[in-house]
Design a binder for this molecule. Structure first.
Ligand code: FAD
Length: 369
């Protein structure tokens, strides 16, 4: 190529000056923050009076891609990239480290995982019973995998933080503003729309593409429990296949969460008791715990598609939802991909595998009005 020549990007989307983001949970807030560093005029619409009152309000905020058994692949790449973003965000470093209690894997498996994570830039420590007793004397288990980089993030606080940052850079937030399909269709004629409205996406489509999956969690007070990291463990219970105990400071711990199909049976008061019973088995000190509160929430989970769903519903209308159990973890990388798609029509992050069949620019998929 001659010096000074440049590669002209092909298939650039029609340039837009205005972006409308529908929904302000953790995903909408992250999209607003990432886009606020661009020159677009940005409007965010939320039917509630404040950010993060939907699924995000229920999240425990545990993000643990390094501890995950999945070692490589596009999903892993995206999750680790999202975690790296959190590394650079001081307010996301409050509850650092995740300890996963498990059976001791074979030496070969441990070494393979340790090396793979080291190559990706992360540390995994294996703690035997003695080490566990030294560091967490109140936990009863014979083996644990500790990841210092995994952590818990307060999704609601973070959404407020991103909204604050975006506001200072000129993003306009419209609270108590429920957006109807007609408005989306009108904007899409000339502007860009990003649908981050979680389960609300179904109202815009002829058939539901996201299903609610209920979950509940418990806030406990246990002043004599001295655990400073997230503790994660697996169970055989189908409604609580894996649980997290998250320290929040001053003797307060969050415990959960259940996975409940269908969600409309919630709240089931028995389930918080089951949560607590499971936790007491790995941490007998919790017999002294007082339940401060319990809460429930519905996660947006894609129907017959991978999680999350990212792609064009039609030209100028992007969807970013269906993050199911990983919305807090995946918020930064989702926002980075959406920003790239708006600016350039593509992203260097792997994202196409997250685009289900019904999301494609070729056909009009909106509900007929
Ligand atoms: C019990 C529980 C525990 C969880 N724990 C974790 C965890 O540890 N780690 C993790 O990563 N994830 C966790 N999650 C999942 C996480 O909460 C979700 O993946 C995430 O919050 C989804 O964010 P969202 O922004 O897509 O959806 P929401 O937070 O639901 O935001 C969507 C927003 O769109 C608004 N909206 C909808 N329709 C319209 C409309 N027409 N006009 C205007 N506004 C509209 C809604 O009011 C809402 O505020 C948990 C979830 C639950 C329920």
């Amino acid at each position: 190529m001659p010096p000074g020549a440049s590669v002209r990007p092909c298939a650039l989307p029609k340039p837009v000056a205005v972006v409308h983001v529908v929904g302000c949970g953790i995903i909408g807030a992250a999209v607003a923050e990432f886009l606020s560093h661009t020159d677009f005029e940005i409007h965010v619409y939320e039917q509630n009076s404040a950010p993060a009152l939907g699924a995000t309000a229920a999240a425990l905020g545990v993000i643990m891609p390094v501890s995950s058994g999945k070692l490589v692949g596009d999903v892993v790449t995206l999750r680790l990239e999202s975690l790296r973003y959190y590394d650079a965000l001081p307010m996301a470093n409050e509850t650092a480290g995740v300890l996963t209690l498990c059976d001791r894997p074979s030496d070969t498996k441990m070494e393979q995982r340790r090396q793979q994570r080291a190559a990706q830039g992360f540390v995994l420590e294996y703690w035997d019973e003695e080490r566990l007793r030294d560091i967490c004397p109140q936990i009863v288990a014979n083996f644990g995998v500790y990841s210092p980089a995994d952590r818990a993030v307060d999704g609601v606080k973070l959404a407020h933080h991103w909204v604050g940052e975006a506001t200072t850079r000129g993003v306009q937030f419209h609270w108590q503003t429920e957006i109807a399909l007609e408005a989306v269709q009108g904007w899409a004629q000339s502007d860009q729309v990003v649908l981050t409205n979680g389960l609300g996406l179904n109202h815009f489509l002829p058939v539901p593409r996201v299903q609610p999956v209920g979950g509940q969690a418990v806030r406990l007070h246990c002043p004599d429990l001295a655990i400073a990291m997230v503790v994660h463990w697996l169970t055989n219970d189908p409604i609580m296949p894996d649980l997290n105990l998250v320290p929040r400071g001053n003797g307060v711990f969050d415990l959960g969460a259940t996975v409940e199909f269908p969600p409309y049976v919630l709240p089931q008061l028995l389930h918080p008791k089951r949560l607590l019973a499971s936790a007491q088995r790995i941490c007998p000190q919790l017999h002294d715990a007082r339940i401060l509160s319990t809460w429930t929430g519905d996660r947006p989970r894609p129907l017959q598609a991978r999680s999350p769903m990212i792609g064009f519903l039609q030209p100028n209308v992007l969807v970013a939802t269906g993050h199911y159990r990983n919305g807090i973890l995946m918020a930064p990388i989702t926002a980075a991909i959406i920003r790239d798609l708006i600016i350039a029509g593509h992203s260097s992050y792997p994202w196409q595998f997250l685009c289900p069949d019904f999301l494609s620019p070729q056909t009009q998929k909106f509900k007929r009005t």
